[in-house]
Ligand binder design. Structure first.
Ligand SMILES: [Mg+2]
Length: 171
């Protein structure tokens, strides 16, 4: 069970996943969580820094798709502004919609990572879908709704126990 919520990699920010780093990791596509991963929960928009990062990856041929448990209209608006495909109401940690997105986008599963800030949603869904799971440090998690904040203390405890040193792959 612990293995299923163990990310393959921890990063502080999505922006640490540069083209060079993705090449090193042999990744060619990313499924991206939205809230607290790409942007603050309360911000309607992604920061210019993250927009620039997305542009760089896109220019480098990295496949990108937003995969959020959020509602269609809100996530759809963000996806439209970023000009990215998206899956809303993804039902993470269930892996079905991640697998469907990977198929639909023609992403090679062995070269695709799920990137997100929650062990019990993003990391678990990525693992169950047979993808690489990358955990990012949440952006301003105190802004999240209470039902998400409830999961943070056990997450921090587990991440602390699992962390073998930042950025080291965990197999
Ligand atoms: Mg999130």
């Amino acid at each position: 069970m612990l293995r299923l919520i163990a990310p393959h990699l921890h990063v502080d920010s999505v922006c640490d996943l540069t083209l060079a780093r993705l090449e090193e990791l042999k990744l060619s596509a990313l499924l991206l969580d939205v809230d607290c991963t790409l942007k603050r929960y309360r911000d309607p928009d992604v920061s210019p820094e993250v927009v620039a990062w997305l542009d760089e990856l896109r220019a480098g041929g990295i496949g990108l798709c937003l995969v959020s448990n959020g509602m269609g209209r809100r996530i759809g608006r963000i996806a439209e502004r970023l000009d990215l495909p998206f899956v809303a109401k993804a039902l993470k940690p269930f892996p079905f919609r991640l697998r469907a997105a990977v198929r639909r986008m023609h992403f090679p599963p062995q070269r695709t990572a799920m990137v997100g800030d929650q062990l019990f949603a993003d990391v678990l869904a990525g693992r169950l879908a047979g993808l690489t799971s990358i955990l990012v440090r949440p952006i301003h998690p105190e802004e999240e709704p209470w039902f998400t904040r409830l999961k943070r203390p056990p997450e921090r405890y587990l991440v602390g126990r699992m962390k073998p040193g930042k950025n080291s792959p965990m197999g």
